[in-house]
Design a protein around this ligand. Structure first.
Ligand SMILES: *Cc1c(COP(=O)(O)O)cnc(C)c1O
Length: 389
């Protein structure tokens, strides 16, 4: 058997299990609708929460950034890749989340990997929520710290694990998503802060889905809860409409990550034009309280409509609406039927979600019109009655 035969067999087995993924090509810019296979459809599965991915002012900021700073950064930040736009972006991001310092990364995935690997190591303890994002899980593994996973959102379980394992460890870090990406529920960050303090532990919060969306001026869940994490990870690729990410925290923590995070040290700096657009992205998102209100109202309408179909839809201030259907084949059939009806909702399967909880992840954006939502609700009603009578 050649190596490629090996891989082909694995691919076939994955396909037979209904778990093979093939990305759809979005043939237009990322808006409330998009063209797929030549047809315009309502786009109900992006993380473009406020619709800023095609914001005219951001396009302008990127263009003038290119004019001024050129195309690439040409080296890692610690070699010759640090330019004024990177520093200005870090200042704007730190100010936004009200923490002393921030450090850019090429993606949220790289930020979690780098921050966790830098902050904890062998001999240390990590407490991680069972539903944390894959990049958090991978960062925990890469750190080589001892990892204990607490049941999703379960503070009693987290406390029990701390009582059992804290004394044997040097440093300890509690790690959680702020808004959980596939369920849309919120972490109890204030209680986690207290728990961390009681046990002489740090708290890292991943605000990927909350930044721009919840809290004062969209500053995130920690800001909303009035707590300070020891490290905050945010991505610029979701509500902020760009790409890239950052870790924010006290100056020494950020300085340490700058020195030790391998995904930062050994990786080319963000293109300066992208960095140059970040302060604009921050300022646009801070001011868009109208977008946040519209997003909340859209999500409320969709939740209501789905409940009318007899589905159990949890309440949440987040725009992420999980419609759990069970088997991957059911979720994929529903997704394919919705696309036929002009609505793109992605089916989410294991390993992204636990086995038996394949789902549609329904996410509106603030720039959807009422007519877009009407069309989405009609299509969801038709399809969910078919697959889930
Ligand atoms: C999307 C996401 C990331 C990764 O961020 P990217 O910038 O897309 O790499 C990290 N954490 C969570 C919780 C996410 O949802």
């Amino acid at each position: 058997m050649s190596f490629d035969d090996h891989i082909t067999a694995a691919l076939l087995a994955t396909e037979r299990a209904g778990l093979l993924r093939t990305p759809r090509t979005i043939e237009t810019r990322q808006g409330p609708t998009a063209r797929i296979d030549g047809r315009d459809v309502v786009l109900l599965c992006s993380n473009n929460y406020l619709g800023h991915a095609d914001h005219p002012a951001l396009q302008g900021a990127l263009s003038s950034g290119v004019q001024h700073w050129g195309a690439g950064a040409a080296a890692s930040r610690l070699v010759s890749g640090t330019m004024p736009p990177h520093r200005a972006a870090e200042r704007a991001l730190a100010d936004y989340v009200d923490l002393p310092s921030a450090l850019l990364f090429s993606s949220g995935y790289a930020a979690n990997l780098g921050a966790l690997q830098a902050l904890v190591g062998p001999g240390d303890l990590i407490l991680s929520d069972a539903l944390n994002h894959a990049s958090v899980i991978d960062g925990c593994r890469l750190s080589r710290a001892h990892v204990e996973v607490y049941r999703h959102g379960d503070l009693d379980h987290a406390a029990a694990l701390l009582r059992q394992h804290r004394s044997g460890a040097r440093a300890c870090l509690i790690v959680t998503d702020a808004i959980f990406s596939m369920d849309g529920d919120l972490a109890p960050v204030a209680a986690l802060r207290r728990l961390a303090d009681e046990h002489d532990a740090g708290l890292l919060v991943d605000e990927a889905h909350s930044l721009g969306v919840v809290g004062p001026e969209g500053a995130g869940l920690c800001a909303a809860a009035g707590i300070r994490p020891d490290a905050l990870v945010g991505t610029l690729g979701k509500a902020l409409g760009l790409g890239g990410a950052f870790v924010a925290g006290p100056a020494a923590t950020v300085r340490w990550i700058e020195n030790r995070a391998r995904s930062f040290v050994f990786s080319t700096a963000l293109p300066p034009a992208l960095a140059a657009a970040i302060p604009d992205a921050v300022s646009i998102v801070r001011q868009d309280s109208h977008g946040r209100a519209t997003l909340t109202s859209h999500a409320g309408r969709l939740r209501q409509a789905l409940r009318h179909l007899g589905l159990t839809i949890p309440e949440s201030p987040s725009p992420i609406i999980p419609v759990v259907l069970g088997e991957p084949s059911v979720a994929m059939r529903a997704s394919a039927r919705l696309l036929e009806l002009g609505v793109f909702v992605h089916g989410i399967r294991p390993p992204t979600v636990p086995s038996g909880t394949a789902r549609l992840r329904v996410v509106p954006v603030a720039t959807h019109s009422d007519a877009h939502l009407d069309q989405a609700i009609d299509a969801l009603t038709t399809v969910l009655r078919e697959v889930h009578p």
